[in-house]
Design a protein around this ligand. Structure first.
Ligand code: MG
Length: 266
């Protein structure tokens, strides 16, 4: 019997803005008997806030164990390479909470300057960060390379700057190249596979961004499904130098378990 597991992006796959994508709810019911993990590059929100958001959309059968944000993946990675690490964090509440679980905040000479998205960036933070990077031994870490994301600002739909944009002052100011942990980095997918307890070939990554969701998963040997309910739309030019997905679908309603099991066999 083939085993199955699912890594599922949230924005553009489960919901768009504040609205649930209706097919997502029945899809999640369909895969109830299989391990699954929501894999999101959003590092500013806590997993508890992700759960609240899912709950409001009527998605009630998941817990913290079903969520991996790029902030959680970053904290897990830093803990693995530098147990007891110290950090200076610039980002939202999700980043601070995840790092505090494994490391210790330090405003003098931290091991890492860690940047995520959210409202933490100001003149003070940039000055502190580039001083640590240039005067100390700090290394520059980004939670994810996304340059922007769709959201709301002051109650109106907006394009919000992503970590890839907000890390630029640190990168330019110090001349240091950041290491990014979130999708498409294989670090995030390794943690996802470990949490699922599945081999790469048994797992499907379902996402809406070719350059992150599909690229990172394909490079990790994971099966890939691109759904056109988010960023990438039918008819858009497929990005160059990016692996093609195993499937492109218009809606999660097109998927069924028998078909997915057959894909695992081949
Ligand atoms: Mg997405």
């Amino acid at each position: 019997m083939p085993e199955l597991g699912f890594l599922i992006d949230i924005d553009g796959v489960i919901y768009r803005g504040d609205e649930a994508i209706p097919e997502a709810i029945s899809f999640l019911e369909m895969i109830q008997d299989y391990p699954y993990l929501f894999l999101t590059n959003n590092s500013s929100i806590t997993p508890e806030a992700v759960l609240d958001q899912l709950d409001k959309l009527g998605i009630r059968h998941c817990g913290i164990e079903n969520i991996l944000t790029s902030a959680m993946a970053t904290a897990g990675y830093l803990h693995r390479v530098t147990p007891g690490f110290t950090y200076y964090a610039v980002g939202g509440p999700g980043l601070h909470a995840a790092l505090a679980e494994y490391g210790t905040a330090d405003e003098n000479a931290p091991d890492y300057v860690v940047v995520g998205e959210g409202e933490g960036l100001d003149y003070h933070a940039v000055t502190m960060g580039i001083t640590m990077l240039l005067h100390g031994r700090s290394k520059l870490i980004g939670t994810n390379p996304d340059v922007n994301l769709d959201g709301t600002y002051n109650g109106r739909p907006a394009v919000l700057p992503g970590c890839g944009a907000l890390i630029a002052p640190f990168q330019v100011g110090s001349g240091m190249k950041p290491l990014f942990v979130g999708k498409p980095s294989q670090v995030m997918y390794e943690q996802g596979l470990k949490a699922l307890g599945r081999k790469p070939g048994e797992v499907f990554m379902i996402g809406d961004r070719p350059e992150t969701d599909i690229k990172g998963a394909a490079q990790s040997g994971i099966r890939t499904i691109l759904v056109t309910t988010g960023r990438f739309r039918r008819g858009d030019p497929y990005p160059a130098h990016t692996p093609r997905p195993d499937l492109i679908i218009n809606s999660l309603a097109e998927l069924d378990i028998a078909q997915l099991k057959a894909m695992v066999h081949t």
